[in-house]
Design a protein around this ligand. Structure first.
Ligand SMILES: Cc1ncc(COP(=O)(O)O)c(C=O)c1O
Length: 393
């Protein structure tokens, strides 16, 4: 299968991990040789409930028996999407009440950018240095990392950058600005938390200038940081919330949420201002509903902070300079990229899945399923320490 994989499937890098998958359950992925791999990455924060959670699997199976795709988004009333968006609205603060369901995180960002421009009638978009919001042209344009995007220029015009956590740079938000897009917690940059009331200050400046604040919660969302959404930690409600990854228990999805009034602007001038064939797909929406119900009806959100404490307690080692992040979105910061790299690859050999961060070469990603248990955390951390001790000698 490996040869065919390299020949027929387009690659993203010259050195993929190339684990050959047989099946996955809970916190483990099993390869075709029958070996179990403990998953500390959760499909890069997408598997909030672990692999093949029974509630999600049942919801999908029930829905495929009834109907799958029946019509493009926005024409027919389909119960899974209605029930899901209603439940989500009940869990969000005003004015976040109306959800537009799409197929991926980057597509949700595209929708949010269009909505901000259409609603304000302005064009400038500001985002943060080292930001990652996806890989389609709009998302790429607001990526704050030149090296990864210059080959694809020209990108969308009227995009500027501010430094995350810089109060001084907030003056760049003006009456020309349609929207300011920020990750609530910067992911690819190295799990950077907002500091000193930063997001509240961004909120205030956006309000004063009439600019839309767009928060990308694609990574921290759905309970990973000890709240359903990370912005709840920071006394700041966005105008547009962008979500994805962990919202459908491992199925492909994204969404942007705003006030009903703002969303109405996508209906006219031009008509059909944003359309999609598969957005709101009933099977995916059923998975979203089951995932959200499980996350909110269980103790998983509060437990994510207890599990963070266990990781921090266990992962003490002279080679780990710092542990960044919040809840189950943690990054071990090593002294050099070579060390991070070696730990990731050696742990993979020992059956523990870790991963890199996009723009912070010293980091090792730990973003396990929220359902991971203490025994699995201890087992994985012991493997990391074993590898680190091996490096020291
Ligand atoms: C913060 C953030 N925004 C947007 C995206 C893009 O999501 P997707 O890969 O589903 O398009 C990602 C994906 O890693 C992300 O981490």
């Amino acid at each position: 299968m490996k040869e065919d994989y390299f020949k027929y499937q387009a690659q993203t890098s010259s050195h993929p991990l190339a684990l050959e998958i047989s099946h996955a359950k809970g916190s483990y992925i099993y390869d075709t040789k029958g070996r179990a791999h403990l998953d500390f990455v959760a499909g890069v924060s997408a598997l909030s409930l672990g692999h093949c959670h029974p509630r999600v699997v049942n919801a999908i199976q029930d829905q495929v028996q009834k109907y799958m795709h029946v019509m493009v988004y926005g024409e027919y009333i389909q119960e899974p999407a209605v029930a899901y968006t209603k439940l989500l609205a009940s869990l969000l603060p005003a004015p976040l009440e109306t959800t537009y369901l799409v197929n991926s995180g980057t597509e949700a960002i595209e929708g949010a950018l269009k909505l901000a421009r259409r609603f304000t009638g302005r064009s400038q978009i500001l985002s943060a240095k080292n930001a990652y919001h996806g890989n389609t042209m709009g998302s790429l344009s607001i990526m704050g990392y030149e090296e990864r995007k210059s080959a694809f220029r020209p990108l969308i015009p009227d995009v500027g950058f501010i430094r995350f956590n810089s109060e001084e740079d907030l003056l760049k938000i003006t009456e020309r600005t349609a929207g300011v897009v920020l990750e609530t917690i910067q992911g690819g940059a190295g799990f950077i938390l907002p500091e000193n009331g930063y997001l509240k200050k961004v909120r205030e400046r956006c309000t004063a200038m009439g600019a839309m604040l767009i928060l990308d919660e694609i990574q921290p969302g759905f309970g990973r940081t000890g709240k359903l959404f990370a912005f709840e930690h920071y006394d700041c409600v966005p105008d547009i919330l962008v979500i994805g990854k962990g919202m459908a228990g491992g199925m492909p999805v994204g969404a942007f949420v705003a006030s009903h009034h703002m969303m109405q602007s996508l209906i006219e001038n031009p008509k059909l201002g944003h359309i999609t064939t598969f957005g709101g797909n009933p099977v995916i929406a059923a998975a979203c509903l089951a995932t959200l119900q499980e996350i909110t009806e269980s103790k998983l959100i509060q437990e994510s902070l207890e599990k963070e404490a266990l990781f921090r307690k266990l992962l003490q080692h002279p080679l780990i300079k710092e542990i960044r992040g919040k809840g189950l979105m943690l990054a071990l910061i090593m002294e050099k990229p070579e060390v991070a790299n070696e730990v990731i690859l050696k742990c993979a050999e020992k059956g523990l899945i870790l991963f890199w961060l996009l723009f912070e070469p010293n980091a090792i990603r730990i973003s396990p399923p929220l359902t991971i248990n203490n025994q699995e955390i201890s087992l994985g951390c012991a493997l990391i320490l074993e590898v680190l001790n091996g490096l020291k000698q």
